[in-house]
Design a protein around this ligand. Structure first.
Ligand code: CS2
Length: 446
């Protein structure tokens, strides 16, 4: 193995997805030797425990429909658990560190309804109190980690840096910019103008289906490379990364590794969020209720496949993209979903629905209703989510589900459905309510 590259990227939330995606592109950039990644875990320190003893190295297993290939990835040169706060501040103080990227899930940004930081969130409030007293105090939420890092960078006089979220939020750079600026205001009002001047928020659309690691993956790697890897990452062959934004302190030549640098990520992002993530969410709930454990099993069920196709037609009407482009993308999606070797669990995608539906499902349903249509595909997702919240299919794992759960269990379905629709901003719509109730029956039909 070549000597580890110097740390110039800090990543928050290292999990399988990041290691299948941006870390892989960084490994393949022609200037990879200059761009090491210091990766911090999210809440759970498992990834740090597994990766630190193997110096951040891990095996990527690409599961094609026909067979596997393995590759050892070396771009992560330092691994830390999320509480190693001094180490984190130390990186941010270093002017050579040019990028902070994040995969912290949709919920991790702690956004309030208006898109600014949710100061009522208990963990956020605790972080604000801590940072107001001591700018080097340990904090736990992602937005406040960014604020703490920027306070340290400003104090060190280390200048410009780019923050690049890689989560499935529309216009994720601007979204995180709004969160960080409002978080900074709450801690130290003088930081906000410094951020305006020194910090760029890049947007990125990331696309690669990446399931959780299983023991079978560890066995496969032992067989393939003759060494133990505590944390290999299984993924699919398909991969797409579209980035827009400025990198005043530099960045790896990701485009030479296959990433696309564009002026506007939005059309790519919406296409992916609505067609891929929107259909994933439909399959996660409707599929698991119909006893399908994986996406390949769900898409092989003619009823599920029919609803996904309806959903794609509904989304297409509002994407404003050429039909051929959408057709090519959805044809590829059908192949990706049918790849049984990936074993993507419906229960995994079912996590955090309260954060996911508002960005991947609701906008299409709203656009359809505004156009006078009753979207059966969208109504299926809504019906399946209500049933999931009422205990059917995949278990509910969702930190911000409290209100939706209360609405979904507030009475019989004719009461619960309108209550959930109301919460999603789709309330007072009898035609839509009737469509959702009809899809409850359709999902339950054999
Ligand atoms: C999935 C995504 O779990 C989910 O919500 O829809 O993780 C999806 O697999 C990725 O966005 C694919 O790029």
């Amino acid at each position: 193995m070549p000597a580890a590259a110097p740390v110039r990227i800090v990543h928050l939330g290292v999990g399988n997805f990041y290691r299948a995606h941006a870390a892989w592109y960084t490994h393949h950039a022609p200037d990879a030797a200059d761009w090491g990644i210091a990766a911090f875990t999210g809440r759970r320190p498992d990834a740090a425990r597994a990766l630190a003893p193997q110096d951040g190295l891990y095996t990527l297993i690409t599961k094609g429909a026909e067979g596997d290939s393995t590759e050892v990835i070396g771009s992560i040169v330092a691994v830390h658990s999320s509480d190693e706060h001094e180490a984190y501040l130390g990186y941010l103080e270093n002017p050579a560190v040019a990028v902070v990227s994040l995969t912290v899930t949709e919920a991790g940004y702690r956004r309030g309804a208006d898109g600014t930081i949710d100061l009522d969130d208990e963990a956020v409030a605790a972080d604000v109190a801590a940072l107001t007293t001591d700018p080097r105090a340990a904090v736990t939420t992602a937005p406040m980690k960014l604020v703490a890092g920027l306070l340290a960078r400003r104090a060190a006089g280390s200048g410009a840096i780019t923050i690049m979220p890689c989560d499935n939020l529309p216009d994720n750079g601007a979204a995180v910019g709004a969160v960080v600026l409002s978080a900074a205001q709450a801690v130290d009002a003088s930081l906000a103008p410094w951020i305006e001047e020194h910090v760029e928020f890049a947007s990125s659309m990331v696309d690669r289906i990446t399931p959780a690691t299983t023991d079978a993956d560890r066995d496969l790697v032992r067989e393939a490379i003759g060494a133990d890897d505590a944390s290999p990452v299984p993924t699919e062959p398909f991969s797409e990364w579209v980035i827009s934004g400025d990198f005043p302190a530099g960045r790896p030549q990701w485009e030479a590794a296959g990433a696309q640098l564009v002026d506007d990520v939005e059309p790519h992002e919406r296409r992916k969020l609505w067609l891929l993530n929107g259909s994933h969410t439909l399959l996660a709930y409707a599929g698991s209720i119909r006893s399908h454990e994986t996406i390949d099993a769900a898409i092989a069920d003619p009823a599920c496949r029919g609803w996904v196709e309806l959903w794609w037609q509904e989304a297409e009407r509002h994407l404003g993209l050429p039909h051929e482009e959408i057709q090519a993308y959805t044809d590829a999606l059908l192949d990706r979903y049918a790849n049984a070797r990936v074993r993507h669990l419906t229960a995994q995608i079912a996590y955090d629905g309260s954060q996911k539906l508002p960005v991947r499902t609701v906008p299409v349903v709203q656009a359809e209703r505004a156009a006078g249509n009753v979207p059966t595909g969208g109504a299926t997702t809504l019906a399946a989510w209500v049933l999931h919240l009422r205990g059917e299919g995949a278990p509910v794992k969702d930190a911000t589900v409290e209100k939706a759960l209360a609405a979904a269990t507030s009475g019989d379905l004719p009461v619960a459905v309108p209550a959930v629709l109301d919460l999603l901003g789709l309330g007072g719509d009898e035609e839509l309510t009737a469509a959702v109730l009809a899809q409850v029956d359709a999902i339950h039909a054999p």
